[in-house]
Design a protein around this ligand. Structure first.
Ligand SMILES: Nc1ncnc2c1ncn2[C@@H]1O[C@H](COP(=O)(O)OP(=O)(O)OP(=O)(O)O)[C@@H](O)[C@H]1O
Ligand SMILES: [Mg+2]
Length: 421
């Protein structure tokens, strides 16, 4: 069984779209496939038309039950979506997962244990992660043989990628298994010069660590999600479906390449002999070092690429700190001479508004002004205090992609957080 965690702490980069459509396409290729949603937002169920009000038990019950001595079998929570394709849905309860298991031993291995019980039943498990690094994402990484990082082919996504890979590196350091980390270019818009240039540079810099397949920006994928269908059902002739077929085939073709050497090396429960432990420790160290090198090189490639694009010289070197501080000076939320300035980038949006506890969550009261090249701005006068807000982009509510300070709200989604001094 191959377990693929779809990870990126950046919100809205296509994780759920990739998870649903990769899983459904693998199933259509005849692979027994399980899609596991560990995002409290529960978007996989929405995207596959599973009615939220009829989800009585979710992955939350399996994960928490496994540590509370009240085990719930994975088979009890599954929804059959189509031939070979099942979904383990998430629920809002997951928002409290971290808090509820705090102090519990082995809490980062809940998903790994739950999946170990069904390892003979599936060829592939795809895990859709939340847009935050926390215990849920860590559980997914601990259970994974592969991590897929979907990256939008835009300048600012590279900025996110570099940070993301650093974080992944820290998480993977704490894992005992080899993880095959691959970048997937997503939402690629061939019509833009920037998109094309970035794809070329990504290919040069990430060779071997990037899928050949690119997921193009395709409105049929958006429509399919809003109608609760995977793309292979909604529009098999679409570009979106062709991309996911190609991605599934690329993954299937790599099955043999990563067997058996790169499969999880530590199988503690099956190794009874004490002397095995010193060998295992050595192997673990080697694996961790290899993985760490691997991630460091991807991460530094991302930084170089980013620096190069910024200066117009693709290979120019620059320190991550400088790049980050420059970008952060530009986009995000800043206090500036008595007002709070929000600056963001949505090149395709028609309207961008802000809703927060400072305006009673009424987005129409705070409309951002469009600037050049997809930039949007707004200045507000706010009294000192802590505020929560969300961006409303063409009617869709989402966290501020340039503010890393977030809090989960009662709906299982992320609010951005702002402190005015
Ligand atoms: N290749 C694509 N072409 C067109 N639209 C896309 C594509 N990929 C994703 N989208 C759209 O972009 C939006 C965000 O995608 P998605 O929900 O998959 O991102 P996400 O990373 O899972 O978000 P979150 O971080 O909130 O979980 C959705 O409206 C989705 O339909
Ligand atoms: Mg998602």
């Amino acid at each position: 069984m191959r377990t693929i965690a779809v990870v990126n702490q950046k919100g809205g980069c296509g994780k759920t779209t990739v998870s649903i459509n990769l899983a459904s396409t693998l199933a259509a290729e005849g692979k027994r496939t399980l899609l596991v949603d560990v995002d409290p937002q529960g978007h996989c169920a929405v995207g596959l038309a599973v009615p939220e009000e009829q989800i009585e038990q979710s992955i939350y019950d399996c994960l928490v039950g496994s540590r509370r001595g009240e085990p719930v079998k994975l088979t009890e929570i599954l929804w059959e979506i189509s031939d070979n394709f099942e979904l383990a849905p998430a629920s809002i309860d997951l928002a409290a997962f971290e808090q509820q298991l705090s102090g519990t031993v082995d809490r980062e291995n809940c998903l790994k244990d739950v999946l170990a019980a069904v390892s003979k039943d599936y060829d592939y498990v795809v895990v859709d992660c939340p847009p935050a690094v926390g215990l849920l994402t860590f559980n997914a990484i601990r259970a994974a043989t592969d991590v897929v990082v979907p990256v939008e082919t835009g300048y600012f996504s590279l900025h996110g990628l570099s940070k993301q890979l650093d974080t992944l590196s820290v998480l993977c350091k704490q894992c005992s298994q080899h993880i095959n980390v691959m970048v997937l270019a997503s939402m690629y818009d061939i019509r833009t010069k920037m998109g094309r240039e970035i794809l070329v540079e990504l290919r040069k810099n990430f060779s071997g660590k990037m899928f050949w397949t690119v997921v193009n920006f395709n409105t049929r994928l958006k429509e399919a999600a809003s109608l609760g269908q995977p793309i292979c059902e909604y529009d098999p002739a679409s570009r979106g479906h062709k991309d996911f077929q190609s991605l599934a085939q690329e993954l299937i073709a790599s099955d043999t390449q990563i067997e058996p050497k790169q499969r999880p090396i530590i199988q503690a429960r099956q190794e009874p002999v004490a002397i095995q432990s010193s060998i295992r420790a050595k192997e673990r160290k080697e694996v961790i070092e290899a993985l760490d090198d691997n991630l460091e090189s991807i991460s530094s490639s991302a930084q170089e690429l980013l620096a190069g694009l910024k200066s117009g010289q693709p290979k120019a070197k620059s320190k991550q700190k400088d790049i980050d501080s420059k970008l952060n000076d530009f986009y995000g939320v800043r206090q500036f001479e008595g007002s709070v300035r929000f600056v963001t980038l949505y090149p395709r949006a028609k309207t961008v508004q802000i809703a927060g506890d400072f305006n009673n969550w009424q987005p129409q009261q705070t409309i951002m002004q469009p600037g050049k090249d997809g930039k949007w701005e707004l200045a507000l006068e706010l009294a000192p205090g802590k505020y929560r807000y969300r961006m409303v982009v063409d009617g869709q509510w989402q966290r501020d992609p340039y503010n890393e300070s977030v809090e989960m709200n009662p709906f299982g989604e992320y609010n951005s957080v702002l402190e005015v001094k």
